[in-house]
Design a protein around this ligand. Structure first.
Ligand code: BG6
Ligand code: MG
Length: 226
């Protein structure tokens, strides 16, 4: 059984864990869905959390019964259009957009000698970390272009663990998406789920919001739950 004293590192999702870029992804997809005549729902929006760009488009097309309507080239045009819109929406991000509790937690990790890496499906992750001014808090970032499978496959968390050069049982992964929690658990790392969408995938540790993330809370959670 994993104990708090085993933990040496953390693998972080980005969107919805470090900053609320999830709302910008949702807005950009919502606008594209409307443009191509797919009815948007909050449920569809939450299913897209953590899902790669092309997989997200395919889910939107399926939700609208349009899964066979477009060629691969047309789909690439749609994803490029969504990304251009998304990049516009994130232009104004500053360190003030780091979610509550995250800056304090990253400082705790640094002073406690823990290491961290980024397991985000987003190709925009390096740019966002730079805008937030926290690139140096992470040993490295998994390049999503190198992945064969998206979340809930464990590949991205396994690679984020490899960056840390730690075993899965020495790592806690942080996620706000149910697909992400499934991926962490399948990688053998311990999942810390954040918020309601993450709860549905039964993470070993859970907090309602990022404001509750601290080493003391994690240690207490591991004593009680694992
Ligand atoms: C994930 C987001 O982190 O990255 C998804 O939760 C997004 O909503 C995915 O689709 C891919 O991001 P990007 O920036 O490469 O389109
Ligand atoms: Mg997320």
């Amino acid at each position: 059984m994993v104990e708090f004293s085993d933990i040496k590192g953390f693998t972080f999702d980005l969107d919805g864990v470090i900053t609320d870029t999830a709302k910008f992804h949702e807005q950009a997809w919502h606008d594209l869905a409307t443009q191509i005549g797919v009815t948007w729902s909050d449920d569809l929006g939450s299913q897209l959390k953590g899902i790669s760009r092309m997989d997200s488009l395919n889910m939107i097309l399926s939700a609208g019964g349009q899964q066979n309507k477009y060629s691969d080239d047309e789909k690439l045009t749609f994803t490029a259009q969504k990304n251009t819109h998304y990049v516009e929406l994130i232009q104004g991000i500053t360190p003030a957009d780091i979610l509550p509790g995250v800056t304090a937690f990253l400082s705790e990790l640094k002073s406690g000698g823990y290491i961290a890496s980024i397991a985000s499906a987003s190709k925009n992750a390096p740019k966002i970390l730079e805008k937030l001014g926290i690139t140096d808090n992470f040993v490295g970032i998994v390049d999503p272009a190198t992945l064969s499978h998206g979340k809930p496959d464990p590949e991205i968390f396994t690679k984020a663990g490899d960056i840390l050069k730690l075993d899965p049982n020495q790592i806690i992964g942080l996620e706000d998406a149910s697909a992400g929690v499934e991926a962490i658990k399948a990688s053998g790392q311990t999942a810390l789920g954040i918020g309601l969408a993450a709860k549905s995938a039964s993470p070993q540790l859970w907090v309602a919001s990022t404001a509750e993330i601290s080493l003391a809370n994690i240690a207490a959670g591991m004593r009680n739950n694992l």
